[in-house]
Design a protein around this ligand. Structure first.
Ligand code: HPA
Length: 254
């Protein structure tokens, strides 16, 4: 079953035909929202709102462990994460979609592993390729089938937030090799890998990153909502076109 974690601008999936809702509990606490089960584009799907239904949970307070655990518990076989970002790469425009292939973690202090309780074996998962190659391919094919442009590849830098970056920080991220910057991609990707659930991301460019282009003098918040709304419509269509790779899709072993 496909699981979708919706970020800013996607606290509901209007094209998900909701059939039931469940409040999940996990050893790590409660996930960010109730789980909504239904059908999306003909297949079973479960939806979770990362920041809560009323968008009340900031990126550094999201219970990433409870979210991933709850999705695994209800039988999610693949997770697609939707996350809005600022665009760093020249040419990326607000409203563009990116299917990143790499991630860099600048977050701190977040509960980032399932393997830390007393008596747990130490686990070092392989995260060389943080995203599932076949699930990424499915997303790209879904976008193509829906005639929606989506960039194949990008390096997603994840900052702690909730504040946005300084212009100098964005310059540093660019020097580090980042193409987009957001606040929620980690530890989500690592936690999904710990539980061996194929995971991939759709980044939605909400704005030019701080100090760039029309964000040179500051990020203009008035515009963000409209950009997010419009781009999320494209994301909804892509999600409805995704056909999941086989259950053995995990192209990594850990
Ligand atoms: N920086 C970090 N996170 C974001 C941004 C940004 O510019 N835009 C949307 N999420």
């Amino acid at each position: 079953m496909l699981a979708i974690i919706g970020g800013s601008g996607l606290s509901q999936l209007s094209n998900l035909d909701v059939m039931s809702r469940e409040i999940a509990r996990t050893p790590y606490g409660e996930p960010s929202s109730v789980l909504a089960f239904g059908r999306l584009g003909g297949q079973e799907a479960v939806f979770l709102a990362r920041h809560g239904h009323q968008h009340t949970i900031p990126p550094h307070k999201v219970n990433y462990r409870a979210n991933i655990w709850a999705l695994r518990d209800v039988g999610a076989t693949h997770i697609v994460s939707v996350a809005s970002v600022g665009g760093i790469l020249v040419g990326l425009l607000p409203g563009d979609l990116v299917i990143p292939h790499q991630v860099m973690d600048y977050t701190w202090g977040r509960a980032a592993t399932f393997f830390e309780d007393e008596g747990d074996p130490v686990a070092h998962i392989d995260l060389t390729e943080p995203y599932d190659a076949r699930l990424r391919q499915s997303l790209l094919e879904a976008a193509k089938a829906a005639a929606i442009p989506a960039r194949d590849g990008g390096v997603y830098a994840v900052t702690q937030g909730p504040r946005l970056e300084t212009a100098a920080e964005v310059n540093r991220l660019e020097r580090d090799g980042a193409d987009v910057v957001g606040m929620t991609g980690m530890p989500e990707a690592a936690l999904a890998r710990e539980l061996k659930i194929p995971y991939a991301v759709i980044n939605l460019v909400a704005n030019h990153a701080a100090g760039r282009n029309d964000s040179r003098q500051g990020i203009i918040f008035d515009k963000l909502e409209a950009v997010l709304q419009e781009a999320m419509e494209k994301v909804r269509v892509i999600l409805a076109h995704v056909s999941l790779p086989g259950e053995d899709s995990s192209d990594h072993k850990s």
